[in-house]
Ligand binder design. Structure first.
Ligand SMILES: [Zn+2]
Length: 218
């Protein structure tokens, strides 16, 4: 009740506008949501991969609304956009026949401390928490740590260079939680999959059984 009241006051003070059509009411209206083309099959991880499956719900370049939704979350601090991102991802997972199991554990791709300070939150973590809640499977906060500051992936182009760029960038200090688990690894966007691979490397080293990587867009 209290939360509803707080939400009501927040809605009055800071009304949401749809990223797709600018209609007032929600960060993503039902019309724009239903126009998003969601992939029906998983993406094949490229090259030699540590990932069991790579799920990318949408095509970033073709789905303008999705890129605007992610931008609202990452760069404009619209945290509620994470709920819509999670919904897009679970719809994709449903299409592909994915079913959560009791040995699953949800982990988010971490931000570097410096970027976390600048942004104030990790968008992948917000999405991951929603996914875990929807599937009623545990979420492991801070399972991974980003070790060194790597330049944003958008500044490094070729796949080989990207892999080199993030190699050894992650470490798992939470071995007890991760060991023997099937990890559902969440990020907002994947391009070459290099970040996922580097995270998978750290998680496998900590004894994770298999890694299923999930992104809202590729
Ligand atoms: Zn709309």
């Amino acid at each position: 009740m209290k939360n509803n009241l707080v939400q009501f006051v927040l809605d009055v003070l800071f009304p949401s506008f749809c990223v797709g059509c600018n209609t007032e009411g929600s960060v993503l209206c039902t019309t724009c949501r239903s126009a998003i083309v969601i992939q029906r099959v998983p993406t094949r991880p490229s090259g030699k991969s540590l990932l069991s499956v790579l799920y990318a719900a949408t095509e970033y370049r073709e789905q303008k609304t999705v890129s605007l939704l992610i931008a609202a979350l990452k760069y404009h601090g619209v945290k509620h956009a994470a709920v819509h991102c999670a919904d897009i991802l679970t719809t994709h997972l449903l299409h592909t026949g994915f079913t959560p199991r009791n040995d699953h554990l949800v982990v988010a791709v971490p931000l570097h401390k410096k970027r976390l300070r600048e942004r104030g939150f990790n968008q992948a973590e917000l999405i991951a928490k929603n996914i875990a809640a929807q599937y009623k499977i545990p979420y492991a906060p801070r399972a991974l740590t980003r070790r060194e500051h790597t330049p944003p992936q958008t500044e490094v182009h070729e796949r080989a260079k990207r892999l080199e760029n993030v190699k050894g960038a992650f470490v798992c200090y939470n071995v007890k939680t991760v060991r023997g688990k099937s990890i559902i690894l969440i990020d907002d966007v994947t391009t070459t999959g290099a970040t996922f691979e580097a995270c998978a490397h750290a998680l496998k080293a900590a004894g994770a059984k298999k890694i299923t990587a999930c992104a809202i867009a590729k």
